[in-house]
Design a protein around this ligand. Structure first.
Ligand SMILES: CCCCCCCCCCCCC[C@H](O)CC(=O)SCCNC(=O)CCNC(=O)[C@H](O)C(C)(C)COP(=O)(O)OP(=O)(O)OC[C@H]1O[C@@H](n2cnc3c(N)ncnc32)[C@H](O)[C@@H]1OP(=O)(O)O
Ligand SMILES: NC(=O)c1ccc[n+]([C@@H]2O[C@H](COP(=O)([O-])OP(=O)(O)OC[C@H]3O[C@@H](n4cnc5c(N)ncnc54)[C@H](O)[C@@H]3O)[C@@H](O)[C@H]2O)c1
Length: 279
């Protein structure tokens, strides 16, 4: 199976057998992706625990989920807005939060990891979870760029370990990939890299490049807008990881501009500024 659409996942999760098999889901990492994955898992009737490193982060994740659900409800219940609040509350009731991953996974059927894009950090996490989770629990990573086999190597459940690559924003994007190396990022990353290089070579302002791709190619966001949306820290982790593995490949050479923005804490939409300022 090269890739699965969200519709396919929904039809699977509505089948009695799979629902019986996967009831309790733990999402590790309550950032951009983890909060979105928690939202869609809770929306399909799963009992979800969202885990992060601090209560403050989890409060922010919960706020983000609620405001995304409000947008979904506004559309879904346009004709009958009074039903929207009950819809939101029903989904929110399926989500709880925790800072203690090891104890939460003791009662979970599926773990989806969406933490920082760093192999060692992911391996350490899964190594610890492997000792705490029951044997039947399936592990999955939402990694953008790391080989699943490398992440899974810190566990003894290679036959119950996979990649579940969701897209940002999770509640809106209808694709989940599970093929080795993925398809979208193999095409998307070289495109984003070339946009940054083009700009660094002085061949176009970021605004012109973004407008060109929106008007000329019909993309909803230009590459710099999308980099801000993805997060410049995550983008840097991806490119640095590939550069470390393949230092002579000019495609993966570091970008002075990206490195400068990250060093200044300008990580994109999530910090209010990246290539652009965000309100
Ligand atoms: C040289 C070194 C350089 C380094 C480069 C390295 C690059 C590496 C980067 C790789 C990154 C890979 C990341 C990952 O692995 C893969 C990805 O996820 S890639 C990202 C994929 N996503 C996209 O491409 C998104 C593109 N954008 C869009 O589709 C749209 O812009 C949008 C986000 C859906 C928003 O739509 P807009 O029309 O622009 O804006 P609106 O605000 O009007 O929204 C429309 C509609 O959607 C609803 N909505 C939007 N967001 C949410 C949400 N989070 N929750 C719920 N609903 C949402 C909104 O309410 C609107 O509804 P409507 O009003 O129409 O009813
Ligand atoms: N941002 C995107 O567009 C996108 C899209 C698809 C996949 N991904 C992948 O999803 C993963 C998460 O990306 P993101 O954008 O959500 O990152 P993010 O920085 O928004 O969130 C990561 C979260 O993980 C938490 N975290 C870090 N270490 C942890 C640990 N050991 N235990 C618990 N929580 C921990 C952080 O506190 C943070 O809240 C990465 O692997 C990334 O490559 C990102």
């Amino acid at each position: 199976m090269a890739f699965v659409t969200r519709q396919f996942i929904r039809s699977l999760s509505s089948s009695a057998a799979l629902h019986a098999a996967i009831k309790h889901v733990t999402i590790i990492g309550g950032g951009l992706m983890g909060a979105g994955i928690a939202q869609v898992a809770a929306s399909t009737g799963h009992s979800v625990v969202l885990v992060d490193t601090s209560e403050d982060i989890l409060k922010k994740s919960a706020k983000g989920i609620e405001s995304s659900l409000k947008r979904v409800a506004k559309k879904k219940f346009a004709e009958k807005p009074e039903d929207g609040e009950a819809f939101i509350q029903k989904i929110l009731k399926n989500i709880s939060t925790s800072t203690d991953a090891a104890s939460v996974v003791q009662g979970t059927d599926l773990v989806v990891e969406a933490i920082v894009e760093n192999l060692k950090v992911k391996q350490d996490l899964f190594g610890a979870l492997d000792k705490a989770a029951p044997e039947h629990t399936i592990f999955a990573s939402n990694t953008s760029s790391l080989p699943i086999a490398d992440i899974a190597s810190s566990t003894a459940r290679l036959d119950r370990f996979g990649g579940l690559h969701f897209f940002n924003p999770v509640p809106m994007m209808k694709l989940v990939e599970d093929t080795p190396g993925f398809i979208v990022n193999r095409l998307l990353v070289p495109y984003m890299l070339e946009a940054v290089r083009l700009h660094e070579r002085g061949h176009g302002s970021k605004e012109d490049i973004d407008v060109a791709m929106k008007l000329g190619a019909g993309y909803p966001m230009g590459p710099f807008e999308l980099l801000d949306y993805v997060g410049l820290d995550t983008s840097k982790f991806i490119i640095d990881g590939w550069h470390e593995k393949d230092p002579d490949n000019p495609l993966f050479a570091p970008s002075p501009l990206l490195n400068k923005l990250v060093a200044e804490g300008k990580l994109g939409k999530k910090t209010g500024e990246g290539f652009y300022k965000h309100k």
